[in-house]
Every structure is written in C-alpha cells, then in structure tokens.
Design a protein around this ligand. Structure first.
Ligand code: ADP
Ligand code: ADP
Length: 229
C-alpha cells in the first residue's frame, strides 16, 4: 500500500516562467525508506512544502495513506507527518525537553503525557539525561537528534527529513542516518529523505526518485536505479 502518492502534480510560483514541478506522479510505498534526490532548483523544497501542507498544488493531487490532501483535510493530515529540518529549527530559549514536548503542548496534551513521551524519545535518540540542557549547549549532531525526537513526539506515520544531514560533518551525518534507519525499522514508519547527496541515498534508502528541473527523471528500488547506466 501507499504512504504517499503524487498524481500529476503541477506547481508554479507566481511570477516564475518555469514550473517548479511538472506533472509529477510518484508513489512512496508504506514502510519504505524513500530518497528524493536532485540538484539545487530540482523542486525538492517545493515537494516538501506540498507534503507538509504549506503549499497547495496548482493541478493534480496528493494523497497521504490514501486520503487526499485538500484545504479541508490539511490540518488533520499534517499530523501524520513529522518533519526534520536541515538547520534543526530548535527554539533557543526552551530546553531540550521543552523543544520535544512543544508539538504536544500545541495540541493541548496533558503535561505528564508530554513529558513521559518526550523522555522516551530522548532515550531513543541517545540523549537521555540531556533534557534540561539548552540547544546552544549541544553539538550539531545532538541538535539533530532533538529534531528527530520532536518530529516523532506526535507519533506520525511518515517521517520527512529535509536535507537533515546537510549541515553536519560526514561522521556525524553517518550517525544520524543510522539512527533514522533504525527508527524507521523499529517503529515501522515510512521515511522520506530529501537530499542532494548520493551518499545519503546509498546509505539509507530502499527506494529513490530523481528530480531534475521539476521533472521526475527516474524512480524505483535504489539498487536498480543506481545500477542503470
Ligand atoms: P534549497 O535548494 O536548499 O531549497 P534555495 O536557495 O533554492 O535552497 O532556496 C532557499 C529558499 O528560498 C527556499 O525556501 C526556496 O523555496 C526559496 N526560493 C528559491 N528560489 C526562489 C525564488 N526564485 N524566489 C523566491 N524564493 C525562492
Ligand atoms: P530545490 O529545493 O530542489 O532546490 P525548489 O523547490 O526550491 O528546488 O525550487 C524549484 C524551482 O522553484 C526553482 O526554480 C526555484 O527558484 C523556484 N522557487 C522555489 N521556491 C520559490 C518561491 N517561494 N517563489 C518563487 N520561486 C520559487
């Protein structure tokens, strides 16, 4: 079954001559680790904003777990996606624990539940015991671990990582990619990794889609796509 499906999606920004995405059709299998790769301008950020409901397509449709993303369903469906950002997007004035609990606070979840779940996730990402620190006291890799815990706190079905290791050195990146792979397997999530780095695709993904100039140029199982001439 399909975690995420784009059908003939088109998107052009106001004032731009070229569309950012042209007639994009793509299926992300449930339980896969799917990479979206392309160089700058390929349309990756646009795709992320469409999945996260921050932009709407001009044409075509997007489905999450079979349900169409529309203005009417957007708020409910947004909850099914956890987002991990390139620059972590942590709040400097909140502790690590406070950053992880924030999405649950915004949903009105009671404090004991928020804190219990956030502490479980901090253990999962290897930061148990660092909950009372502030982001400025953490390394880049630790900050991204906090970002991953925050993305998981609402128990999404889909984890969407947007250039999640692009700001990190190679060794730290490898640790974060291993963590994402382990979490995807243990929690039976669908992981979508958006990247411009082929190493990321090789290291983690089961499936890959290649974008260029807003067009899907290749897609399939990673092993097969990488073997094609
Ligand atoms: P990336 O490739 O990492 O998305 P970019 O430099 O292409 O980085 O874009 C950075 C931000 O600027 C993104 O939010 C992108 O959508 C926005 N952006 C890119 N191109 C334009 C443009 N021509 N006009 C306005 N905003 C743009
Ligand atoms: P990528 O993330 O792969 O670099 P983007 O989705 O940011 O690609 O960009 C795809 C195209 O859309 C580029 O031509 C970019 O300049 C344009 N674009 C992206 N964001 C905006 C925006 N907010 N306003 C206008 N044009 C944009």
């Amino acid at each position: 079954s399909t975690a995420l499906e784009f059908s003939h999606v088109g998107k052009r920004y106001a004032g731009q001559a070229q569309a950012a995405l042209h007639d994009l059709s793509l299926q992300v299998p449930r339980g896969s680790r799917t990479g979206i790769i392309g160089r700058s301008g390929a349309g990756k950020s646009t795709l992320v904003r469409l999945i996260s409901g921050l932009e709407t397509p001009d044409s075509g449709e997007l489905r999450l777990q079979g349900e169409q993303l529309t203005p009417a369903t957007r708020r409910r469906l947004q909850e099914r996606t956890g987002l991990v950002f390139q620059h972590f997007n942590l709040l400097a004035q909140r502790t690590v624990l406070g950053n992880v609990t924030l999405p649950l606070e915004l949903r009105g979840a009671p404090r004991p539940l928020r804190e219990r779940r956030a502490r479980e996730l901090l253990d999962l990402v290897g930061l148990g015991g660092l909950g009372e620190r502030y982001p400025a006291q953490l390394s880049g890799g630790q900050k991204q671990r906090v970002g991953i815990a925050r993305a998981l706190v609402t128990e999404p079905a889909l984890l969407l990582a947007d250039e999640a290791t692009s700001a990190l050195d190679p060794e730290t990146s490898a640790g974060i990619l291993d963590l994402l792979r382990r979490i995807q397997q243990e929690r039976d999530l669908t992981l979508v990794l958006v990247t411009h780095q082929l190493e990321v695709i090789r290291a983690v993904t089961t499936h890959v889609a290649v974008l260029d100039g807003g067009h899907l140029v290749e897609s399939g199982e990673t092993g097969e796509v990488l073997r094609r001439p």
